[in-house]
Design a protein around this ligand. Sequence first.
Ligand code: SF4
Length: 209
Amino acid sequence: MGANSKIEWTHHTFNPWWGCVRISPACKHCYAETWAKRVGMNDLWGKEAPRRFFTDAHWREPLKWDKEAALAGERRRVFCASMADVFEDRTDLNDARERLWALIEATPNLDWLLLTKRIRHVRKLVPWSGKWPHNIWLGTSTENQLWLDKRIDHLLEHDVVVRFVSAEPLLGHMNLQPYLQTPGSSVAGINWVIAGGESGPDSRSMNPA
Ligand code: SF4
């Protein structure tokens, strides 16, 4: 568990904005939407809804984390984003997105875990045209075989240090075997898989097998 995150596989979480719109069955009980409503932000979800943006103080936080990581002599992970999807394709998000890319480049001691369900938009929305910074791990969420099949090729086309799949909430069978990175192989594969069931009062069941 990280310094400012309860998620066990990251040290920090960073959100360039809050708000999103549902895109696939995994979104049915969107934790981020529930959490936003719990803290009184009721109108951030939906195609037409506004997004919530943050102050400069919020954007300075990762610079502090970067210095701390450098002082400790270790790399630290930042999950981006827990309350939004960085690759939601809306023009009003472009300024924050540009600011995020600059922030990633300014924090070389942090590994940024960009996790998206909109993996097909990545190529269009990043500025690096094939030459990715060393500190980006790129992941996509896939809840079952159907959505794995729809998203996996869009993930594998990117030459990042770590490609990962988040199968959470896992809603059905999926076979990741054909896509796993084989040691020594030059064929792009998945380096890391996160799996988990859904939580909450109406959670859908998961078969661990
Ligand atoms: S993509 Fe993520 S943040 Fe957006 S609605 Fe779906 S679960 Fe929520």
